[in-house]
Every structure is written in structure tokens, then in C-alpha cells.
Design a binder for this molecule. Structure first.
Ligand code: XIL
Length: 398
């Protein structure tokens, strides 16, 4: 086997996508950029030697607060209301609770059980929990093409779509007004594969209302709750692949257009589902990502990481090694992102491996996935240490 072949095989088998990702960004900024642009990989040996030591035992919320940052964990009603250990972990580690069960249809008490009714039981419980424990509260999501109720398709038509959208956004935003920090108002509205020149995804809202549904939704929410931060939230923005590069450009263009129309949009939510799923060659360019963040910030927008997790579904090796890949991805990504002063919040999609949407993508070896800062017993993992390190190293917000 030639040296090149050997390196290639080694790279394919050992390093997966995360390897290239974390290799992009070791230590200093200069290293980061050089590594990123050369797409080097890191060896398992280096990873096994890497230190994730942390100063002190302080919670992520304390560390974040010391930097003027928010650290949030996501839980819908079903998690935090039923599991005291988990609820305590959220209170201990987070200064924000995000409820991603505020989709139209989610969980045991969906928000829109029928076309004419709203059920706020689950949302109110979580908002009260947040208030009682001094956590900021955020909601996800008012306008999306998924998470829609079974009655949606037969009920929503061209002639009533506008009224139904406005009524939903108005009623829900008003209901939580004064209790909510931010809304993922519009989720995943850009899709390059849909072939439109404006890159809007073909959703029922687009089909029935037209591209102006975006502005309509933001304006309605801003009127119903003038204090909430209104966020455009999307995925597939993080890596240095041609499709993600195009998506960054499309999202930037979309944000520019909306800003120039005066749409009340206040922040970009970058979901940050870090993974190495299908593409083992996923790369990360610190340089390109910094530029993207800066371009977003230059539009006068804040930035939040809204659904951070690191998918270890396809990672080989024992738990120690997998946890190291995951931790390295957390630290390396956050250390780039947190340098951008417009980034105000980091929210992990869950907090403990006990509750993660990634169980929807089970590992072939049947082992549980470990994508979050705490393990399933609520114990801090290397990923927690990695987050603590990145937050501790972040510049303080002004
Ligand atoms: C997930 C839910 O948690 C799952 O239960 C559901 O089956 C799929 O959606 N991007 C988002 C989140 O914006 O709302 C998603 O949540 C994760 C992907």
C-alpha cells in the first residue's frame, strides 16, 4: 500500500467526519485557519492525548453568565415535567430553557389539537417552570413545514391559509408575551433543492400565501409581542461543503432581503447539529464560518446556536474514544463561534443523553448515543468539559 493509500484508508476508517472537523481548529487562530484550509486530519493518538481539563466545578450557566452569554438546554414538557433529576440538571446547568415542543403538533399535549383550539397546558407548564427557577424561556417554533397536526392538510387551503397563519402566530405570541426571551419564529424556510430563485422552500405557506408569508409572520409576531426576539432558524450552515456554502449564501441573501424590507427579524438561529452522518468527508472551515458570522452580524442581527449536539451515531470505537471525538467537536466549534461578539446564546438540543432526538438514528451496534454534555445519569461528560473550556476562553460580551 502506498503512503497515500494508507493515509486515505486510515482517514476513512478512523477519523470519520468529525476528525476532519476537529482537525480544522486546534489551539491558536492561526493554526485553526491553516488546518482548516488544508483539510488535515487528526490522529486518534492526538485525540487520546488531548486534555479537556477544566478550572473549577462551576456550572455552565455560571461560566456563561460571567461572559455575558446565555447557556440554554432544550426540553419539551414531557421531559422536564416528568423527570425530577432532569429538571434539576436543567436548573443547575442552564440559564435558559428552550421548549421545542411548541410546534403546532408535538408530544402528549399538542398546541393545536383542532383547527379552532389551542392547548397551552404544556407551554404554560414549561414557562412557569422557567420563571420559578429564574431561567429565560424560549419557544420553538411558530412557522415550520413539519410538526403540523393531522388536521392540517385537509383544513388549510389557499382561501384560509393567511388567516390561519396570522391567527396562530398572533394567539401564541400574545399568550407568551412578557414571559419569553425569543421565538424561533420561522424554521427551515430555505431549501436550495427546491429550485426557486429566492431559495424559499416549497411549503404549504409558500404555496398558499406566496413569498410574503415570511414578512407577514414576522410582522404579526412583532405586533403581538413587541419584546420577544424573533429568530430565523435553520440547519446545514456549519460545514465547508459546497451545499452548505451555497446555503450560507442563500440564508445571508434571505436575511439581507428581509432586513431591507424592514421585516422585524432580530437574530439568526444556527441549529448546529454537528454530525458526520452520511458524508465522512465533511469539513469545517473556521475562516469561512467566521466570515459568515461576521456577515450576519453586519446586518445588525444577533446569533444564537439553537440546537447544538454532536451526532455519534456512526462513530466507531469504545465510549472513551467516541466521547473524545464528540468533546473535541464541541470545543473546536464553540471556540470559533464564541469569538463572534454577535453570538449571544448557546443552546444544546437537550442536556442529558437521557433525552435526545438522535435516538431516532440508532447506532448499528445497539449502544446508546451520547451527543450531549451530560450522560444518561446526569453526570458531566467530556463534552461538558469541552463546553466549559470554550465558554471560559470566550471573550466577554460588552
Ligand atoms: C425534531 C423532534 O425533536 C423530533 O421528535 C421530530 O421527530 C423531528 O424533529 N430541527 C428542528 C427541531 O428544528 O425541531 C427538530 O426536532 C430537530 C431538527
Amino acid at each position: 500500500m502506498s503512503k497515500n493509500q494508507f493515509l486515505l484508508t486510515r482517514r476513512r476508517t478512523l477519523l470519520l467526519g468529525l476528525g476532519t472537523f476537529l482537525a480544522t481548529i486546534a489551539c491558536s487562530d492561526q493554526n485553526r485557519q491553516t488546518l482548516a484550509d488544508n483539510d488535515l486530519t487528526v490522529s486518534q493518538d492526538d485525540l487520546l492525548k488531548r486534555s479537556f481539563s477544566v478550572n473549577g466545578k462551576g456550572s455552565l450557566k455560571k461560566r456563561a453568565a460571567a461572559k455575558g452569554l446565555i447557556y440554554g438546554g432544550e426540553s419539551a414538557y414531557e421531559g422536564v415535567s416528568a423527570d425530577e433529576d432532569f429538571a434539576n440538571a436543567i436548573r443547575r446547568e442552564c440559564n435558559m430553557l428552550m421548549n421545542a415542543g411548541l410546534k403546532w403538533h408535538y408530544g402528549s399535549k399538542p398546541l393545536r389539537p383542532t383547527p379552532d383550539t389551542f392547548d397551552f397546558t404544556a407551554g404554560d407548564w414549561t414557562a412557569d417552570f422557567a420563571q420559578k427557577h429564574n431561567l429565560l424561556f424560549r419557544g420553538h417554533t411558530l412557522v415550520w413545514h413539519q410538526g403540523l397536526p393531522p388536521w392540517f392538510e385537509e383544513t388549510v387551503k389557499q382561501e384560509n391559509a393567511r388567516e390561519i397563519l396570522v391567527n396562530h402566530v398572533q394567539t401564541v405570541a400574545k399568550h407568551f408575551a412578557g414571559r419569553i426571551h425569543s421565538w424561533d419564529l420561522l424554521n427551515e424556510a430555505i431549501e436550495l433543492g427546491d429550485g426557486r430563485s429566492d431559495n424559499l422552500r416549497k411549503t404549504p405557506w409558500l404555496e398558499f400565501i406566496g413569498p410574503e408569508y415570511v414578512e407577514l409572520a414576522f410582522r404579526t409576531a412583532a405586533e403581538a409581542d413587541p419584546k420577544a426576539m424573533l429568530v430565523y432558524n435553520d440547519y446545514g450552515l456549519e460545514y465547508d461543503t459546497p451545499d452548505q456554502e451555497q446555503k450560507r449564501t442563500a440564508v445571508l441573501k434571505f436575511l439581507e432581503d428581509q432586513k431591507s424590507k424592514g421585516t422585524p427579524i432580530h437574530a439568526l438561529g444556527i441549529q448546529s447539529h454537528l454530525d458526520h452522518l452520511e458524508k465522512t468527508e465533511k469539513k469545517f472551515s473556521a475562516k469561512k464560518f467566521r466570515e459568515f458570522l461576521k456577515n450576519v452580524a453586519d446586518l445588525g442581527l444577533k446569533i444564537m446556536l439553537t440546537e447544538l449536539d454532536v451526532n455519534d451515531t456512526k462513530l466507531q470505537g469504545d465510549i472513551n474514544l467516541r466521547d473524545r471525538y464528540v468533546a473535541a467537536a464541541y470545543e473546536d466549534y464553540l471556540s470559533v463561534v464564541l469569538d463572534e461578539p454577535a453570538v449571544i446564546a448557546v443552546i444544546t438540543f437537550g442536556l442529558s443523553d437521557r433525552y435526545t432526538w438522535l435516538t431516532e438514528f440508532p447506532r448499528q451496534d445497539g449502544q446508546p448515543v451520547r451527543p450531549l454534555p451530560l450522560d444518561a445519569q446526569m453526570k458531566r461528560k467530556l463534552a461538558w468539559q469541552a463546553m466549559a473550556r470554550a465558554i471560559d476562553a470566550a471573550p466577554k460580551r460588552g
